[in-house]
Design a protein around this ligand. Structure first.
Ligand code: HEC
Ligand code: HEC
Ligand code: HEC
Ligand code: HEC
Ligand code: HEC
Length: 392
């Protein structure tokens, strides 16, 4: 019981003495208690009443659900909140409940207790939900719906066409059926929300000298106050953080440029058209911004290339510590978007300089935002025959 006494002591200590660690621990334990680490409590927390004790919030999302077919239909089967949101297997259930201790955090700090606050967080929350459905191929939906039991003849032409193809691949329902239970979030100016839900927005503080990777295309600036733009930094690019100040970081970028024109474009490697950054004319001309090193001629094109380094500032968000999650997301997107009309071509079927043309030729056929396009193109180049061959 000693640990319990200690815990009690901690909980009884006035708030100003609580360390962040013990606050987290308390929140975690509250999470376990609230959501139930044990089966009985687990069942109690698995009811719609429990969910709407917090989630009635004036009108959302409970009221919204009541307007949908999942609330009322001719077969009288109702889908409740936990049916769609809480996984059925025990392991996953516990994992989701642990994650849900952020619900309790949110409740303490009242993050979504009014309509306005709910709306302003809706896109962020929905994106996380989409990522969850994506990870388990919409298992929750498939607990009630089964591709094998669907009667195609009774469906609309459009449904038949799309759904039969989805069934062949046992595709995740939420790939196509978003906003079936709630109003869709306002996508506004959000950039690649599903990608960001998957890889995160990056750390709040940086270790100088460490490598980071861009999760979106980002602006470059001359100085930390960000008043003059110096160019753009491409997605999935490795940078070295040298300094951080307020909401910006100073980064070092390495690469190669072609010795032609202003030479404003930095590519990742000699002879390979894989974008790293594009500087403005001013930035490229400014003394000391672009440092040049050795030169080499590309035999294929007869062009001279030069190795370069530059240090500039960028916003501190969307710099993440690992590159692999970006490739994982790009691979999934490539496989689902590019296999609609033909089997998706093998990544290593083309080389790094052929892929951009191929990819751009197909882009009109798919629904992909610009950040995702840039990422998938880079993924294809990175996994093309150029690099795969080198490995063997
Ligand atoms: C103690 C109050 C409370 C209870 C009970 C509760 N929630 Fe939540 N829930 C919240 C709050 C607050 C948030 C917003 C968290 C945040 O700010 O990120 C949230 C967020 C969510 C989200 C968005 C997920 C995300 O990653 O952003 C879903 C889905 C959700 N809740 C479903 C449920 C379901 C299903 C139940 C019942 C099994 C439930 N909640 C029970 C308070 C609660
Ligand atoms: C508890 C069981 C249950 C779960 C879980 C469930 N559904 Fe349903 N769904 C139903 C029922 C029942 C109907 C209505 C069938 C009818 O028309 O009688 C329905 C209808 C639908 C429809 C037809 C909508 C329309 O307007 O006709 C779609 C699309 C759908 N569900 C998708 C999903 C998706 C996607 C998920 C997962 C996010 C899901 N369902 C989860 C039971 C469920
Ligand atoms: C590739 C996209 C895609 C996927 C994946 C997909 N659907 Fe559909 N589904 C559609 C389209 C398109 C329609 C037709 C919508 C319309 O008519 O407005 C449809 C219609 C439906 C309908 C109504 C059929 C009718 O005409 O009565 C149901 C129910 C449904 N889907 C359930 C599901 C479920 C459950 C899953 C996952 C097991 C799923 N769908 C996966 C595209 C998809
Ligand atoms: C038929 C399946 C289904 C049911 C039932 C359902 N949800 Fe959802 N919910 C989803 C899906 C799918 C999303 C992802 C966003 C979207 O596509 O609308 C979502 C998103 C959310 C979000 C994130 C904010 C948003 O609006 O996107 C919250 C919070 C939430 N649900 C809570 C609940 C609560 C509480 C209930 C019960 C009153 C409930 N959900 C019932 C499928 C469901
Ligand atoms: C709407 C249908 C459709 C979609 C979606 C689609 N393609 Fe294609 N694709 C075609 C057709 C039709 C051809 C053959 C005609 C042609 O070459 O223009 C083709 C040919 C190709 C070829 C072979 C070209 C050659 O000359 O060898 C590649 C590579 C390719 N697609 C890649 C992709 C990629 C990558 C995506 C995803 C971004 C994609 N496709 C999405 C319809 C599609």
């Amino acid at each position: 019981m000693k640990w319990f006494k200690n815990l009690w002591h901690t909980l009884n200590t006035p708030a100003k003495y609580l360390t962040l660690g013990s606050i987290s621990l308390t929140a975690f334990l509250m999470g376990v208690i609230f959501w139930g680490g044990f089966n009985t409590a687990l069942e109690a927390t698995n009811t719609e009443e429990f969910c709407i004790s917090c989630h009635s919030m004036e009108s959302k999302p409970y009221q919204e659900l009541q307007k949908t077919v999942h609330w009322s239909n001719h077969s009288g089967v109702r889908a409740t909140c936990p049916d769609c949101h809480v996984p059925h297997s025990w392991g996953r259930k516990i994992a989701r409940k642990m994650e849900a201790s952020s619900d309790v955090w949110g409740w303490f700090f009242k993050t979504v207790n009014t309509d306005a606050k709910f709306e302003s967080k809706r896109l962020e929350m929905a994106s996380r939900e989409w990522a969850r459905f994506d990870r388990d191929d919409s298992l929750a939906c498939k607990n009630c719906h089964n591709y094998d039991s669907m009667k195609w003849e009774d469906m609309s032409k459009l449904a038949q066409k799309q759904m039969k193809r989805a069934a062949e691949k046992d595709q995740s329902c939420v790939d196509c059926h978003k906003g079936i239970a709630h109003t869709l979030p306002d996508m506004g100016t959000a950039r690649a929300p599903e990608l960001i839900a998957e890889v995160g927005t990056g750390p709040n503080s940086f270790i100088t000298g460490q490598e980071y990777f861009t999760a979106l295309t980002k602006p470059l600036f001359f100085s930390s106050n960000g008043d003059v733009e110096a160019g753009t930094l491409n997605v999935a690019t490795k940078v070295n953080v040298l300094e951080s100040k307020d909401k910006r970081v100073k980064i070092a970028i390495e690469g190669w440029r072609k010795q032609m024109g202003a030479g404003r474009v930095i590519y990742r490697e000699f002879g390979i058209n894989m974008l790293t950054a594009q500087l403005t004319k001013d930035a490229a001309k400014t003394e000391g911004v672009m440092k040049g090193f050795e030169e080499k001629e590309d035999e294929m094109t007869g062009l001279k290339w030069q190795r370069v380094e530059t240090t500039l500032w960028t916003d501190a968000d969307y710099l993440i510590t690992e590159q692999q999650p970006l490739w994982d997301y790009a691979r999934d997107t490539f496989r689902s978007s590019c296999s609609v009309c033909h089997t998706q071509p093998d990544e290593a079927h083309f080389d790094a300089n052929t892929w951009p043309g191929m990819f751009q030729g197909m882009i009109a056929f798919v629904n992909m935002d610009q950040d995702t396009q840039a990422l998938v193109q880079k993924y294809l180049q990175q996994h093309s025959s150029t690099f795969v061959k080198e490995k063997h």
